[in-house]
Design a binder for this molecule. Structure first.
Ligand code: PMM
Length: 286
């Protein structure tokens, strides 16, 4: 088995294995945990719990990107995320902010966020690239073809793997032309975003093709619909997302083995175990 390149991202933890990003959705309507952590105190407690369970960083988001979701105002997004980021950062937690808006990213950095996780890869807000260039913080560039309300219509590919790779390359080049340092970029194939289930599987199986771009890779498979459909009942009813955590954990182990830099997950403890198993396996193989 050839050894995937191990990346490190300046300013973020480097445990020598795939990182685990725990998710805190401060939203009433996210796909798998909407409403659970809408109260700031509960969200902060949850972020601290995720760290205690083995997360390396915590991703705080205020806007749901579930298929069909409508946008909220920047003011409302900030109202949701700012106190949570401030409190977690004050406790020494490495925080990432899940936002498509430069305005929110800027306030989040001021509140202590160390990473901007932009599911639009800079396409939703023209002001994002200049902000990231100026702030010089790590930046997740996810593959994206449009907002949630109509992204399913854009899940049309003749070869998903090469098209996603090439569209990500265009984003990297475009962002670099606007002054974003490529050594601070992390790429993400955007599982479930303008993708059908078969596309998600092809992207996971083709991580080595995406790795040709030479940048660290983040994988967000946790509780997504393609897992529920894989595990559907005999009558075709998809498995509810709450019962997809074992499948998520398996993806985490395989993604870590394939060289992922980070996995973004809701249920941290078993996924943290999985990436540690993958790291021990690989170390012993050497
Ligand atoms: N998925 C969701 C939200 N943010 N960020 C990145 N980088 N990658 C993802 O795949 C991703 C993301 C949607 O998941 P959730 O609403 O269930 O947390």
């Amino acid at each position: 088995m050839s050894e995937p390149v191990r990346h490190r991202v300046p300013g973020l933890p480097d445990p020598g294995r795939c990182l685990v990003m725990g998710v805190v959705n401060v939203t009433p309507d996210s796909f798998s945990d909407g409403g659970n952590f809408f109260d700031p105190d509960i969200a902060i407690r949850h972020g601290l719990d995720l760290m205690a369970e083995g997360a390396d960083l915590v991703d705080v988001g205020g806007e749901s990107t579930r298929p069909g979701a409508q946008r909220i105002s920047p003011r409302e997004e900030l109202r949701r995320v700012r106190p949570v980021i401030e409190a977690l950062a004050a406790e020494g937690v490495p925080v990432s902010v899940d936002t498509m808006r430069a305005e929110v990213a800027e306030v989040a950095i001021g509140a202590g966020a160390k990473l901007i996780n932009d599911v639009s890869g800079g396409l939703a807000d023209r002001a994002m690239a200049p902000l990231v260039a100026k702030a010089a913080v790590p930046y997740v560039v996810m593959h994206w073809r449009g907002h949630s309300h109509d992204m399913n219509n854009r899940a049309v590919y003749s070869d998903v793997l090469t098209e996603v790779r090439d569209e990500l390359r265009q984003r990297v080049d475009g962002l670099a032309a606007e002054g974003v340092d490529p050594s601070l970029m992390v790429l993400d194939p955007g599982l479930g975003f303008a993708k059908k289930g078969s596309h998600d599987w092809e992207l996971l199986a083709g991580m080595d093709t995406l790795a040709e771009l030479g940048l660290p890779m983040l994988i967000g498979a946790s509780r997504k619909r393609f897992l529920g459909r894989l595990l559907a009942a005999p009558d075709g009813t998809p498995r509810p997302f709450q019962q997809c955590d074992a499948a998520t954990v398996t993806v985490s182990a395989l993604a870590a083995q394939a060289g992922a830099w980070c996995v973004r997950v809701h249920d941290v403890r078993p996924n943290a175990d999985a990436v540690r198993v993958a790291a021990a396996w690989r170390a012993a193989a050497r």
